[in-house]
Design a protein around this ligand. Structure first.
Ligand code: ADP
Length: 400
């Protein structure tokens, strides 16, 4: 395994398990801060492996591989939440410093554990239940009303592993489709279908010594279960809701002992007397799509802040630099090749010099996140139009 070359002057080596776009986007701030990054990548063409010179290839599920990787690092962090608990435990037993810790990550890896813990803390969540039998599914649906949302507790992302079920039979069909062993064996998470006004996200960074910083609450817009647009800050957000949602995020980070960036995905709902309120949907313990706007739109972007947090450095200022920043994801679409993407972004740069284009170096597949565009402006409508236009053009769905 190639070893990271240590920078002179006692600057630390941060290891990232997983070589996706999140690890890749840590490299820019790592270079600026003089921090050495090393990435345990899935392949040598993974998004981060293309830009981080020390990117050994290995499986995040293989204990020996992860351990050998981790021993070369001062601190280990993650591009995703899929490192198995026994691997995390072995790292900690070996004296490796990992952020977030195994104890915290558990609540991002297992949605049932997350619901239990948050409910225990009195944090507002959708009504939920664990179901292990068809009878329990029926009982939950009959009690709170159909349809219900069913989720596999582990391994879901971008809406995969989430189903809307009109009946227990519907759900049985879905379980059969997503394969064996059926998720009912370990318990399935059932939730009421929340009649939400919109989706929000609270992004927090917390360091091991307990310093925490919160970015403004943002609105996230999903299309077919994938986040396509983020509006920062969430337009027209009730100030009281903004403050209680942020407090909830900070409390979750503190109580769960999260280190690094924590994203708390929320639904905005109408409370009993019509007031704006939130319920928590889920947690991610790493930089998150809802925070990409901060790379250009905040004094400290989430990737820099994550590095500062996991190294227990003082945190940076999370305040916005502009009244509005809009992030539009570029999903793989009709431009089949990267060369075409390159000429497309030449066009974008010429058309809108203020648009900040971020490309992940990933192969273009329909629906896959291959980049994003940030636009900051004093007018929200203009920022949305410009970011959306750039993303659509890069995607190949418009030609002018
Ligand atoms: P993933 O882990 O795949 O991102 P999520 O739990 O975030 O899954 O769910 C994906 C999307 O499904 C959410 O962004 C939201 O639009 C919808 N969703 C999830 N849970 C509920 C719920 N209880 N009520 C209504 N919609 C939901």
């Amino acid at each position: 395994m190639s070893q990271p070359k240590r920078a002179p002057g006692g600057f630390p080596v941060v290891g990232v398990v997983g070589g996706g776009q999140l690890a890749r986007m840590m490299q820019g701030p790592a270079v600026e801060l003089g921090i050495q990054l090393t990435v345990l990548a899935e392949t040598d063409t993974a998004a981060a492996a293309l830009v981080v010179p020390s990117s050994p290839v290995g499986e995040h599920t293989d204990l020996d591989t992860v351990l050998a990787f981790a021993r070369e690092c001062d601190v280990v962090t993650f591009d995703h939440e899929h490192v198995p608990a026994h691997v995390l435990e072995a790292l900690e037993d070996d004296g490796v410093t990992i952020h977030p810790t195994r104890a915290a990550l558990h609540f991002a890896q297992d949605k049932l554990a997350m619901r239990e813990r948050l409910s225990g803390l009195g944090i507002a969540c959708p009504r939920w239940a664990r179901a292990t039998t068809a009878e329990e599914v029926t009982a939950f649906g009959d009690e709170i009303g159909w349809p219900v949302i069913a989720k596999t507790p582990r391994g879901g992302y971008d809406g995969k592993g989430v189903a809307l079920a009109g009946s227990a039979d519907d759900l049985a069909d879905w379980i059969a489709r997503i394969g064996e062993p059926g998720p009912l064996e370990g318990g399935l998470l059932l939730e009421e279908k929340v009649d939400f006004v919109r989706e929000l996200a609270v992004l927090i960074a917390r360091s091991p010594s307990g310093q925490a910083a919160a970015w403004p609450v943002v609105e996230t817009v999903q299309t077919d279960g994938i986040c396509t647009e983020v509006l920062a800050p969430a337009p027209g957000l009730d100030p009281h809701l903004a403050s209680v949602a942020t407090e909830a995020g900070l409390r979750i980070a503190g109580e769960l002992g999260v280190t690094g960036v924590l994203a708390v995905e929320m639904f905005e709902v109408r409370g009993g007397s019509g007031e704006a309120a939130y319920v928590v949907n889920e947690l991610a313990m790493r930089p998150h799509n809802s925070g990409h706007w901060s790379m250009d739109g905040a004094v400290t972007g989430q990737f820099e802040q994550h590095l500062r947090a996991v190294l227990d450095l003082p945190l940076g200022d999370p305040r916005p630099r502009a009244p509005w920043t809009v992030m539009a994801n570029v999903l793989g679409g009709d431009l089949p090749e990267h060369e075409e993407l390159y000429s497309a972004y030449r066009h974008i740069m010429a058309r809108d010099p203020g648009a900040k284009v971020h490309v992940y170096g990933k192969g273009v597949r329909p629906g896959r996140k291959i980049g994003h565009v940030n636009v900051s402006a004093t007018d929200l409508g203009a920022a949305r139009e410009r970011a959306g236009h750039a993303a659509d053009y890069l995607r190949g769905v418009i030609t002018e």
